[in-house]
Design a protein around this ligand. Structure first.
Ligand code: GLC
Length: 448
């Protein structure tokens, strides 16, 4: 194994982390979190990861889909456990599950319309029902109600829309007889782990190229118990370009903060989030996020070099809840004309405004105004000279004047042109903002 020094490590981390290196406090973090000699990635591992993840870093925005037997019940995907439903009572749902053909087409179309570049669908959630054809169980879509492979329909739908796709797969299983006893009984663990590895192998073999493997809940075993290293080696052998998340109790390729946006300092990350308060369909859950909140979240992820994986929970027949369609269509209206501000964005240093957030590509700073102040928009304490300013959606040039303390953009509409109006500022050098420095420098001309 070639060991590499910290400098090479950072260089090898590629564009996203390169931008991170510029963020304040990064030097310190990098030193504190230097990989240990055992875990230090090799130059070739890093180069390989950068190669595999290039499209994913550029994509920034994906659709999560939670769909299973719980979608018929309509009270959240944890309903089986939350309401203590016995396996015998839950199982018959598998025969009632009769979704309309190719429901996934509408998901993929909506994803594309919303500006998403990839999808991740539950192939098996904690309930244990498999949406794919498995030789290892009868509790699967081909042998029960649907009578066909729902994962194949999903794969075809994603490909038809030119989207990348991934498979969510829950390690925890409330249906398999060994799903809990594997904790204490070695022969049960052996059977269960063989089952899980076997299903992962099926998923990695039967659908051509798979872009992402999205494990979930590794309860009740640890990496050793799951034999995760062996499992993921098998996965990578079958799918050399795949990206694997961090939920098989091994870090693998990316972190998965859930329902919150928290950047990982040195690792790729993707924040997954619901559109209301449930992943699976919930008839009564009306805690919907507004399109503006979704757009702001997407910008926050792009600002910090991460991805945003936003969920829909189709009903039992595969229809997308109307509210989700409305929200994502409105988001699409924004992404269609402002996509360049986040697809392929670099990490961005400026953060401070009381009415806007920021993203960056190269030397262009995108100021995303969510509370429109009127015909003049001001950005304070930028360190760079600004060469030109325009409204991103229309390309319309914006008049501006700049002094040491602020950039004043004038002649803008009095009423907000969009939910979030994005202004593109072409800067000299990488845009940086420093409030404290400017606060100290600014002449105090007030009188006692
Ligand atoms: C949690 C939940 C699960 C959901 C997942 C998405 O782990 O158990 O229901 O699928 O988060 O990240």
């Amino acid at each position: 194994m070639t060991k590499i020094n910290r400098r090479d490590y950072l260089i090898g981390m590629g564009a996203a982390a390169g931008a991170l290196a510029a963020a304040p406090g990064f030097e310190l973090l990098a030193q504190e979190q230097q990989p240990t000699s055992e875990s230090a990635p090799t130059t070739s591992t890093i180069a390989d990861r950068n190669r595999r993840m290039k499209w994913w870093h550029e994509a920034k925005f994906g659709m999560f889909i939670h769909w299973g037997l719980y979608s018929i019940v309509g009270r959240h995907e944890w309903v089986m456990e939350m309401e203590g439903i016995p396996v015998k009572e839950y199982e018959p749902l598998a025969d009632q599950f009769k979704p309309k053909p190719n429901a996934a087409r509408a998901w993929a179309q909506l994803a594309r319309r919303a500006g998403m570049k990839y999808m991740v669908m539950t192939t098996k959630h904690h309930e244990g029902f498999c949406n794919f054809d498995s030789k290892l169980t009868d509790y699967c879509a081909t042998k029960r109600g649907p009578g066909r492979d729902l994962v194949r329909e999903y794969v075809n739908a994603a490909r038809a829309e030119g989207l990348r796709f991934g498979f969510y797969y829950s390690l925890m299983d409330w249906h398999h007889p060994d799903g809990a006893r594997c904790m204490t009984d070695e022969s049960a663990r052996r059977r269960f782990v063989d089952y899980i590895h076997g299903q992962v192998q099926e998923l990695m073999t039967n659908y051509g190229q798979v872009d992402i493997l999205w494990y979930d809940v590794p309860w009740p075993l640890d990496a050793k118990g799951w034999e995760s290293e062996k499992m993921n080696r098998m996965v990578r052998k079958l799918q050399p370009d795949i990206i694997i998340n961090n939920r098989s109790k091994l870090p693998e390729d990316f972190d998965t903060p859930e329902q919150r946006i928290v950047a990982s300092a040195e690792r790729p990350w993707e924040s997954c989030m619901t559109l209301n308060d449930s992943w699976g369909y919930h008839t009564a859950d009306n805690g919907w996020k507004t399109p503006k909140t979704v757009i702001r979240n997407l910008i926050t992820c792009a600002h910090d070099g991460g991805n945003y994986l936003l969920n829909i929970g189709p009903t039992g027949d595969g229809s997308i809840p109307l509210e989700s369609v409305k929200i994502l269509s409105a988001v699409g209206d924004w992404t269609r004309s402002n996509g360049v501000s986040f697809h392929g964005a670099d990490r961005c240093q400026p953060t401070r405004s009381r009415f806007a957030s920021f993203s960056r590509k190269g030397n262009t700073l995108f100021m995303h105004v969510h509370y429109w102040p009127g015909d003049t928009v001001v950005l304070g304490n930028l360190l760079n000279k600004v060469n030109s300013v325009k409204l991103l959606a229309t390309g319309q040039p914006v008049k501006f004047e700049q002094n040491d303390w602020r950039v004043r953009m004038t002649g803008l509409p009095r009423i907000a042109p969009a939910l979030v109006t994005t202004i593109a500022l072409e800067c000299e050098g990488e845009p940086k903002q420093d409030h404290e420095l400017k606060r100290a420098q600014k002449p105090r001309e007030g009188k006692y």
